[in-house]
Design a protein around this ligand. Structure first.
Ligand code: PEP
Ligand code: MG
Length: 586
């Protein structure tokens, strides 16, 4: 038995079996340990695949030479050359022989290493061959007995996916009936992969540095999404303890359920609107079961991330109309696509940016890809004819971005008028405040926008200069930081002065301590992961606004984030012990 530590990003306990996805950037194959006695057979499998690939490539070379000419056909000679090159063959064979791993894994690992070297080579001739190497590796893998390749599509129930990293779209594509949890070696606390895990109710631990060398497929594993622990090859006693933890967690969730039906109101009678964040329309049912009063953030970019082709206007419209139908009169805030950073489309993946969080993401991407943006806006407007919808622009940094976005909305309205298509002419158009510049200029923005929604996931990363997806700096990612709190206070103040609503939809809003601070800072609407709503309601009902205000004022006055966080948690532990007992102390 061995216990590894990581960052807990989605709660729950799972006892399952490992499925390793090695290096998702390139080839997805299963890593299997082999018996020393099976080494010759495994090497033979590889040789068989290599020879079959060479004869295929030979055929391709001949037909390409006829159809496209000798020069163009030369590429296949390069492929054949690689498959005969000892500097490629030897590492594959020695991985099988010395590391006792299956041929698929040895091929994938070797080709990934060579592709990386080519990609980083100063000579562009090498760089241009990276895709050829990937092609070759795929060809070899195809030639190996396909039954040996366990596809992610035919996993067994209770599978725990273990990978170096996962993209949000990979995570969103997991078969929920089979995948019970996941663990990654990389990743930070509010990466979108982590957020999707929460949305799918999948316990997850990220940033488990040493996980990959330590495990093999099929091994038993416990994932503790509360404490961020991963237990490999657990003994019977530990398994029993975790069975008990699972039972207790189910009881707590059942006992919290009574809160779902109670009003969200502070002990001194101030209503706090509690809404849910969604990535997919199907999550609305979960929000409603947990007592949410609508959707405060719909991350619509997942329409792009879960399919290979661009969604059409109709695809957008169907998704939004479905949300409106499910919400049955409750409000829906649709955030326009927030692609970029860790949410890449195929096209963006092929042209990576050096610093994607400071690059062409969110509203910037939309304003440079107007067709995509206008298609979405039309669909939102059409859906607004059926129920209460608000539009929200992400990552607004300067006022001209907001104005241009709004101008496009108006233009699309005119088009719809001409075509006699119904929409809500009074649709509210708001913005996320998730960039420090926007927070500092909140007074100016508040005179023009219809509402603010504070996005702490990004606001924290940009204010503290901490990449939200990087496990190496995860301990510096601290939302209860006086600098962050001051910005939120100023945003809320600007909202009040200009009589526009201010909500918060970042992940930290799901933390009862942070939610209490938000109330103290003047925020009256919170939008969070569905499963966090009952606990938030319990917290809100146990606190008065004036108490929250005093706590927030004091927290802001500290010189350090450590003092602020420890003060807030210890105060709240006293005030609402039933919520905070048993929670980790920062
Ligand atoms: C945020 O930044 O807080 C937010 C809600 O947006 P996202 O997590 O999608 O970047
Ligand atoms: Mg954001």
């Amino acid at each position: 038995m061995r216990t590894l530590r990581g960052i807990p990003v989605s709660p729950g306990f799972v006892i399952g079996r490992v499925f390793v996805i090695e290096d998702q950037e390139t080839l997805r194959v299963q890593k299997k340990g082999i018996d020393p006695a099976d080494v010759p057979a495994e090497v033979e499998r590889f040789d068989f695949a290599r020879k079959a690939s060479i004869s295929e490539l030979d055929e391709l070379h001949k037909s390409a030479a006829d159809e496209m000419g000798k020069e163009a056909a030369k590429i296949f000679l390069f492929h054949i050359g690689v498959l005969n090159d000892p500097s490629v063959l030897n590492p594959i064979k020695s991985k099988i022989t010395d590391d006792l791993v299956n041929a698929e894994y040895a091929i994938s690992k070797t080709f990934t290493n060579i592709a990386k070297k080519f990609a980083n080579h100063p000579d562009s001739t090498f760089q241009s061959k990276v895709d050829d190497l990937r092609d070759l590796a795929h060809r070899l893998l195809k030639e190996l007995d396909t039954n040996q390749k366990v596809s992610i599509a035919n996993l067994e129930e209770g599978t725990v996916i273990v990978s170096r990293d996962l993209t949000p779209s990979q995570t969103a594509g997991f078969d929920r009936t089979k995948v019970a949890a996941f663990v990654t070696a990389l990743g930070g606390p509010t990466s979108h992969t982590a957020i999707v895990a929460g949305a799918l109710n999948l316990p997850a631990v990220v940033g488990v540095k040493d996980i990959l060398p330590a495990i093999n497929d099929g091994e038993r594993i416990i994932v503790d999404g509360e404490k961020g622990l991963v237990i490999l090859d657990p003994d019977d006693e530990t398994i029993e303890q975790y069975h008990q933890s699972q039972i207790r967690a189910r009881q707590v969730s059942l006992s919290l359920h009574e809160y779902a039906k109670l009003p969200s109101i502070t002990a001194d009678g101030v209503p706090i609107q509690l809404m849910g964040n969604i990535e997919f329309p199907e999550e609305i049912e979960h929000i409603e079961q947990n007592g949410g009063s609508g959707v405060g953030l719909y991350r619509t970019e997942f329409l792009y991330l879960t399919r290979t082709s661009k969604p059409s206007e109709e695809d957008h419209y169907q998704a939004y109309a479905e949300c409106v139908r499910l919400l049955d009169g409750k409000p829906l805030t649709i955030r326009t696509i927030d692609l970029g950073a860790d949410k890449y489309t195929q096209e963006q993946e092929e042209n990576p940016e050096r610093n994607p969080y400071l690059g062409l993401r969110s509203i910037r991407y939309c304003l440079q890809n107007q067709e995509i943006f206008r298609t979405q806006l039309r669909a939102i407007l059409r859906a607004s004819a059926h129920g209460p919808i608000k539009v929200m622009f992400p990552l607004i940094t300067n006022i001209s971005e907001y104005r241009t976005g709004k101008y496009f909305v108006r233009e699309e309205m005119e088009e719809l008028d001409e075509q006699g298509i119904a929409y809500d002419p009074d649709i509210e158009i708001g913005m996320m405040v998730e960039v420090p510049a926007a927070a500092l200029m909140a007074g100016s923005f508040a005179r023009e926008v219809d509402f603010f929604s504070v996005g702490t996931n990004d606001l924290v990363q940009y204010t503290l200069a901490v990449d939200r997806t990087n496990e190496r700096v995860a301990s510096l990612y601290t939302p209860i930081h006086p600098a962050v709190l001051k910005l939120i206070r100023d945003i809320a103040r600007a909202g009040r002065r200009n009589e526009i609503p201010v909500s918060c939809c970042g992940q930290s809003a799901a933390d009862p301590a942070f939610a209490a601070l938000l109330i103290g800072l003047g925020v009256r609407t919170i939008s969070a992961t569905g499963s966090s709503i009952p606990m938030l309601k319990k917290t809100i009902r146990g606190l008065t606004v004036s108490r929250c205000e005093r706590i927030a004022k004091k927290a802001i006055s500290f010189d350090s984030e450590a003092e602020a966080a420890s003060y807030v948690r210890s105060r709240l532990r006293k005030l609402v012990p039933e919520v905070f007992d048993g929670r980790p102390v920062d």
